[in-house]
Design a protein around this ligand. Structure first.
Ligand SMILES: Cc1cc2nc3c(=O)[nH]c(=O)nc-3n(C[C@H](O)[C@H](O)[C@H](O)COP(=O)(O)O)c2cc1C
Length: 208
């Protein structure tokens, strides 16, 4: 099927077949899609926690209005915003320069100054919000990659972020903002038969 046919094939899966597992190869492609998502200034200011552990998922389900996708899917990718701009930028330029101070000082200085001056003037809440936007782009990439691989998924934001943060033992700088549960649909998931509702193009896109 073509990319657009796969986007039409996918739906927000409500009922997963808990006996079916996603292959390592396909999971790696979804991780790669997450990593390849574009980000503002290239800072990649978000994190993802891939939750596989059954007990952790039972706890997360409790903090997610008991939505069964959390425990019945193969695993849940938790997209996390962060507001540790200083540390993230430091790491970014350290890795980008290969730890070479000369490269960092000469070839990367202008870029680093621009990133620092743009990102570090945000207050922590603005930085979290900005980071969440980057995380959502990655969520979209993961969702599209899953569809392309004919893997079912459910994007989710129906959960208590503060509770999920505690369950995952995340530090102060992190906040879970969205999930992507992945796996395979249960044959009896009524939602797979529903006609998709989408506004006509004219309601969404205008040409000027
Ligand atoms: C950011 C986001 C959050 C969502 N949260 C939930 C959720 O918590 N639980 C759920 O069952 N579906 C959730 N959905 C699924 C939407 O309801 C669904 O994508 C929408 O109704 C369109 O249907 P479709 O994805 O099947 O085409 C979410 C979707 C998005 C994009």
């Amino acid at each position: 099927m073509s990319f657009l046919e796969n986007l039409n094939w996918r739906y927000a899966t409500k009922k997963f077949d808990s006996t079916k597992k996603v292959s390592d190869d396909a999971l790696q492609k979804i991780r790669d899609a997450i990593r390849m998502a574009p980000t503002s200034l290239g800072v990649q200011m978000f994190s993802v926690v891939e939750v596989v552990d059954a007990e952790t998922r039972i706890k997360i389900k409790e903090a997610s209005w008991k939505q069964p996708q959390i425990t019945d899917s193969d695993r849940v990718f938790v997209f996390v915003s962060r507001n540790d701009g200083e540390a993230r930028i430091e790491k970014m330029f350290e890795v980008m320069s290969g730890g070479n101070e000369e490269v960092r000082k000469n070839a990367l200085r202008g870029y680093e100054d621009m990133v620092r001056s743009t990102v570090l003037r945000m207050d922590p809440q603005d930085m979290s919000n900005w980071s969440a936007k980057q995380a959502y782009i990655a969520l979209g990439f993961a969702l599209a990659a899953a569809a392309e691989l004919q893997i079912d998924s459910c994007p989710m934001e129906g959960f208590d972020g503060a509770k999920v943060k505690e369950i995952l033992g995340l530090g102060d700088e992190f906040m879970p903002v969205a999930f992507l549960a992945v796996g395979y649909r249960d044959e009896n998931d009524e939602h797979s038969k529903k006609t998709k509702f989408r506004f006509p193009e004219s309601e969404i896109i205008s040409v000027k």
